[in-house]
Design a protein around this ligand. Sequence first.
Ligand code: PEP
Ligand code: MN
Length: 264
Amino acid sequence: MNLQSLENNWIKEFSKPLIIAGPCSAESEAQMLETARRIKESNADVPIFRAGIWKPRTKPNGFEGVGVIGLNWLKKVKEEYGFKTATEVANAHHVAAALEADVDILWIGARSTVNPFTVQEIAEALKGTDKPVLVKNPVNPDLALWIGALERLLGQDVKNLGVLHRGFSTYQKTKYRNVPNWQIALDFKNQFPNIPMLVDPSHICGNRTGLAGIAQEALNVGYEGMMIETHCNPDEAWSDAAQQITPETLAELLQNLKVRNSDI
Ligand code: PEP
Ligand code: MN
């Protein structure tokens, strides 16, 4: 079995484009439930609710995530509003806790994808799981490292894979928080057309105004979906405040996207 021959039927369970939405960070039960309720009430077609509970912050001594208590809140979001749930895992302890709490979809963050030891540890902890695992691109523009992370997962019989394009770090001043560098993602897509590719406009843009443009550009070139950070009170968010949008703004953004005819 190699990456080329994966079937990746997991994504067919969802309507296309697949939308994952929810706050950058879980902050409180009330924040999680209000965000989930308002996404539901907006009638946007969002099957998966995301929230980071272990947060890889750049600097220490700030908010580093609520930890395992956030797993209970994800469970409530699932029970009360019927979402599937998703969170980031960055080590074997996270994986054990997330699997125990039956989180539906796991993702590996950009700061973890860069580290083969970390990816190997996560892959071994996930061994044989049927849960979909999404791998964000590494923070640096290194296609081989991105592919290597997927190979490590497949090496542990993790077969329901997808990738998340969240842009790449740069020291240059640009309008992006992380430059999209579309060519790297498209090279990935050409090499592995069967592996679902989602875009993460929130971390590419770092602001609210660019989200729709990036989301549309990704759909135009055949991405299968997107993850968009959505918060009940974005201005007060404990992380990534500048890029998060309300559930109502999310619904409007999604309504204005043009889906390719071939995808309908
Ligand atoms: C996130 O999704 O909130 C996150 C930390 O993303 P990234 O790993 O892309 O920086
Ligand atoms: Mn974030």
